[in-house]
Design a protein around this ligand. Structure first.
Ligand code: C2E
Ligand code: MG
Ligand code: MG
Length: 277
């Protein structure tokens, strides 16, 4: 037996409508990328930017990636979305450089599904070449869920991308299955401390101990550790005292549309010039 209610029918219809809309959004360029700066804690200079997908639906308005990324995953659109994000982020980085903006690197979030494609390394190399970028200009952010992926191509593709000199970052570190053995299996260059640890830094001794421990793990493996979700000056200070090299969060900036990010860059440069004078 299975039970089916009218509410379920309505939910299913809503989902189907959203799925159709997402399909056309990818084709009609309703999707865009926002960029969030990552800041070098010691110098205050820009370390890189993370590209984050945004969907402005003509009727529903802004739809969060927390909603449409899983939808893209379920309806088989995630690989297309990942390719689009890679191409768009590379195009934007190269455009900024042509305008004289110093943007050291861009990070793109990729779902484990994108790594099923054995052609991904070639596709990335071709995209970098079109935009005259170097492999080190690009970081791919992956989550621990990539390890639960049983597709035989995944590890091979990851290894090849790494061998080509593209950096890999482990996103939301410390929240997943937290088996440290994968740090030996995956060729990552960067760990991103999950923002839940950062949120509790000020009032939770355990969160402070864990953020210090994660930095220790990262350092001993020669990985760059990036603290995510830094919102307050207090959190920033605690992370600096612990020795965190890079931070990202609303304290520095929200994710911004390209033009707004350019203004942010100009303001940051003016701020630094004023500090020197
Ligand atoms: P993520 O990769 O961990 O991205 C960081 C999220 O934290 C972003 O949410 C960002 O807006 C948010 N954030 C940044 N600073 C702060 C802060 O100080 N405080 C708080 N509370 N939040 C902060 P967003 O943009 O809603 O993205 C959510 C997730 O959606 C991302 O998490 C990522 O997993 C996924 N995502 C976004 N864009 C893409 C994409 O192009 N491809 C794939 N596969 N996933 C994406
Ligand atoms: Mg990310
Ligand atoms: Mg994250």
């Amino acid at each position: 037996f299975s039970f089916f209610s009218s509410e379920m029918n309505q939910l299913a219809q809503e989902r189907l409508a959203l799925e159709t809309a997402l399909r056309s959004a990818i084709l009609t360029r309703q999707l865009h990328l926002h960029y969030q700066p990552q800041v070098d804690m010691e110098t205050g200079k820009l370390y890189g930017v993370e590209a984050l997908a945004r969907w402005t639906h003509p009727e529903l308005g802004e739809i969060s990636p927390v909603r449409f990324i899983p939808l893209a995953e379920e309806c088989g659109l995630i690989a297309d979305l990942g390719h689009w994000a890679l191409r768009e982020a590379c195009r934007q980085l190269s455009a900024w450089r042509a305008q004289g903006h110093e943007v050291p690197a861009v990070s793109v979030n990729l779902s484990p599904t994108s790594f099923h494609n054995l052609d991904l390394p070639r596709m990335i190399a071709a995209t970098l070449a079109v935009h005259a970028l170097q492999p080190k200009d690009l970081t791919l952010e992956i989550t621990e869920s990539v390890l639960l992926d049983t597709n035989p191509s995944t590890m091979k593709t990851i290894a090849e991308v790494h061998a080509n000199g593209i950096r890999l970052a482990m996103d939301d570190f410390g929240t997943g299955y937290s088996s440290l053995s994968y740090l030996r299996r995956l060729p990552v260059n960067e760990l991103k401390l999950d923002r839940s640890f950062v949120a509790d830094l000020g009032n939770d001794e355990a969160a402070r101990a864990l953020s210090a421990a994660i930095l220790g793990i990262g350092k001993s493996l020669h990985l760059t550790v990036v603290a995510e979700g830094v919102e307050t000056a207090e959190q920033n200070l605690l992370l600096r005292e612990q020795g965190y090299p890079v931070a990202q969060g609303y304290l520095f900036s929200r994710p911004l549309a390209p033009q707004d990010f350019e203004s942010w860059l100009r303001q940051a440069a003016a701020g630094k010039a004023a500090a020197v004078a």
